[in-house]
Design a protein around this ligand. Structure first.
Ligand code: 4NP
Length: 152
């Protein structure tokens, strides 16, 4: 199972989601890989946002080695599940799909937890450390549910 976490810049939300999900994959002993990317090209080759690195280190997760990369059409071939952080990311990914098969792989990460509620992981980029903590909590909950579901 190959899982891709996608946001806009690939420096805040999706590298956090990748790090948290990798932690869950180990914890649940899942046969899965996880990577992350952004729909935009703004931060290719850049390290994750320091505030995201700092937030995850509190939970024993080190994402400092990730480098920004941009979503590409070939990712539909590499990955089985593609999780968008918000609805704009979702529609930008779906706009690149070549088939219904491709579209079926794309989900919102918060579909895992927020069944009837707002399903957006807010972008903490212009926020503070408190916003990064909130981002972590939303992502952690969703990844926990995903890991449980995949372990069944
Ligand atoms: P991310 O946050 O999509 O969670 O990585 C952003 C980071 C940078 C920008 C936008 C969102 N930016 O416009 O530079």
């Amino acid at each position: 199972m190959n899982i891709l976490m996608v946001c806009l810049g690939n420096i805040c939300r999706s590298p956090m989601a990748e790090g948290v999900m990798r932690h869950k994959i180990k914890e649940y002993d899942l046969n899965a890989n996880v990577d992350s990317c952004g729909t935009a090209d703004y931060h290719i080759s850049q390290s994750p946002d320091k505030r995201g690195i700092q937030t995850l280190l509190k939970y024993g997760i080190d994402i400092s080695q990730h480098r920004g990369q941009q979503f590409k059409v070939a990712d539909f071939d590499t990955f089985d599940l593609i999780f968008a952080m918000d609805t704009k990311n979702y529609s930008d990914i779906v706009a690149k799909a070549r088939s219904q098969e491709d579209i079926k792989k794309v989900k919102l990460l918060l579909d895992e937890t927020h069944h009837d509620l707002q399903k957006i992981v807010p972008d903490p980029y212009y926020g503070s450390l408190v916003d990064f903590e909130e981002t972590y909590l939303l992502i952690d909950n969703a990844c926990e549910q995903l890991a449980k579901r995949l372990s069944l």
